[in-house]
Design a protein around this ligand. Sequence first.
Ligand code: PEP
Ligand code: MG
Length: 602
Amino acid sequence: MTLELQGIGVSRGIAIGRAHILFHNQPDVREYLIPAFSIEQEVERLLDAIEQAKQQLKSIRNHIPANAPADVTSFIDTHILMLNDSSLTKVPVDMIRQRRCNAEWALQLQRDALINVFNEMDDPYLRTRRDDVDHVVNRIHRILADQEVADHEIADGRLKGHIIIAEDLTPADTVLMQHQGIAAFVTEHGGATSHTTILARSLGIPAIVGVESVRRYVQDNEPLIIDGEAGIMIAGADESTLKEYQQRRIAFDEHISSLSRYKSQPTRTRDGKTITLLANAELPEDITTISNAGAQGIGLYRTEFLYMNRLAPPEEEEQLAAYRDVVEGMNNQPVTIRTFDLGADKTVDGGRHLTQTVVTNPALGLRAIRLCLTQPAMFRTQLRAILRASAYGKIKIMFPMISTMHELLQARNLLEQCKLELDKEGMEYDRQVEIGAMIEIPASAVCAEMFARHVDFLSIGTNDLIQYTLAIDRIDDTVNYLYDPLHPAVLRLIHMTLEAGRKFNVPVSMCGEMAGDPRYTRLLLAMGLEHFSMHPNALLEIKQIINETDLSLLPANTLSIMEVSDALEADMLLEQINAPIIIKICLSFGFLIRTDKRILII
Ligand code: PEP
Ligand code: MG
């Protein structure tokens, strides 16, 4: 009998292999009273287990392949840091002494307290960080209970080619398993933004999460098929299904390796229009991926990471070092640094105290340039650091979420003041540094001409532009279904911005997710977009589409999509615009195109 289970596909790729079920269960933790004379011994037992957990993680860290993405190491480091933190090394120790309870119980109480804090966080990304607490606490519990099976199991090489079926996996498990050559993994828990799934994507392991009770349905060593994009797991497949997936796997692998030939090619449509492909960067470590993908520069350098996990914002020298590293790492290619876009869902420790008064509608509140302008000292520190870094390579400065001319002029004014200060101090900087504004608010798109007169470039942030145009909170799952880049209002606003750029000869780029989504590439080209900035992993695929497009052959009614009121009709027109390229890509993956409204089976 064939069994097909659906989960969330979080890391694409097809895997065919035998199941290996991991029973990583958390030990049953009970409370018991420790006699007074054994209290210190119990404390020692806990500290010893924490030390062993640290050693295990350090040894795992040493097994990380040299070419693994920096994310991998940083996830393990996060867990090591947690093991050094007083919330685990001190608080449970105090509990053992005060309550005279066993080490497992003290640890469990502290785990529950920490999880409660994470559960109360608004930010869904931060909420998933409670997984880290669980992973670390589980490791200590397993040591306390002498249950170190999982790591030995993973380390002895029996997993090669297997599909791991687990309740949940830690980032450390994932690294070890990748080292052992697993084919894929399926877990009962986890979300699209958990560390483990981010790692799976970075490491190229097909993965599905959120398959409820999967361990009950699958038997050890049973043959399985995994489609990491569609989120489908098939057990007991018949001959024809198996054959079909074998072909899909070959097609997928061929497609991925065929993309590498685009790396050194110029980005140009068949009819000769040259396009600039840039990358979005969020962390300094992204530079390696960006260079590997052959990006022509960075179109959006999000600087929020500098303000995370700390109480005080970073000083000028620290920022200078970070920006200088990026610009030097990009070897003279342009780097567009966006000034801090804190607030709303990006409230982090370094800016929390600045925005906490806004409790309702934070997306409409004090964020991005608004926050920058209410914190001139903090803003100037960043502007000075960016200006100073411009002495080391080509830097552009971009202001997020501009909605009024006054904001733009105020920001420019502060920048001029910083330049004068640097002149007085004899500091070097690029006097021609270009200034740009992000178009993320419908009002700014409507008035794009007004802004175009005062900037060197504009950049469309579709993530926010769609959020504000359609009034859908981008982090609220319950209104996700309304997210629609093809909504005529969204398309018209993009078009208006592009027109304004053309009129005033000001380059317009797009750096929201829409720029890296292959479904919209041809439409955006037809609208006249010439500068795309996206996640580096999307770059070669987008380049393939551009290089295989002849703009003169696109349907004559392509731009009429901006007038289409019916979503289904808009989808159909998009299909015509994309034929045959999207079909070709999907056939090579052999699966589905997900549109925002329905799923097409090709
Ligand atoms: C956007 O809004 O499209 C954008 C690129 O900025 P962010 O996603 O960082 O808000
Ligand atoms: Mg934005």
